[in-house]
Design a protein around this ligand. Sequence first.
Ligand code: ARG
Length: 288
Amino acid sequence: MTLLSTRRFLQIAGLSAAALLLAACGKKEAPPAPPAPAAVASAPAPTPAKVYVVGTDAAYAPFESQNEKGEIVGFDMEVVQAVAAKAGFEVKLVNTPWEGIFKALEQGDRDIVVSAVTITPERKQTLDFSEPYFDAQQLIAVGEKSKVTKFADLKKLKVGVQTGTTGDEAVSKLLGKTSANIKRFEGTPLALKELESGGVDAVVADNGVVINYLANNPGGKFKSISDKEFAPEQYGMAVKKGNAELLAKINKGLADIKADGSYDKIYTKYFGAPPAAAAAAPAPAASK
Ligand code: ARG
């Protein structure tokens, strides 16, 4: 009898405790199903998000640069972070010299290169690229008094470029790869410094970077010259050749941030307006 009523008491107490609990979570969704008994003892902690190492040459504002605190910031960084958040992975940003940046992918020192990298047929032979995420074009920076009006005018001038960039390629074509008039620099800021000191007559680099440079050098000492001769370019995120799994995650994340407006938000933050409608459709250059 005593035993029975104790058990009964416990039953009732148990029930009301459960009722209280249910009432407490009344506003939320149904409580999560209890874990399957077999899983309880050995349940692994939820798998932490995978961390991918992103290599970037962080001397390329507004795409990638270091702030006063030494953090790597910029358009590219915000895009890859947004992509990662959507695709469920984390990124560790690591400043990486442009020269050797693709080697670092091959060697597994970096998982993704996000560095305003133009998708080119040549690079595609050794790397895999995400879908394009930015339209770009070469732009010429010259002194305000320069007589240069078009790319061909650079033929007899001293031109600064960042080694191994598409700017280097374009100028190499015009002047000849071995021309002594091409001054190659490890970084685009160094080439621009050389323009300031008069060591070169012009610099050819990505439009976004040249425009940013002019905007940050008030006083109108420099101007930019565009030319339709320059082929349209598109930036992609690069992974080691064959890394289809990571590439799929990146492309999914990119599609998601384009679809939900977060890409446009980042773009507008850096470039003052959302990308032109035409830029949203892959330009023919994507498959060049
Ligand atoms: N878009 C050009 C290229 O792919 C220049 C990229 C340079 N990027 C950088 N972070 N320095 O060749």
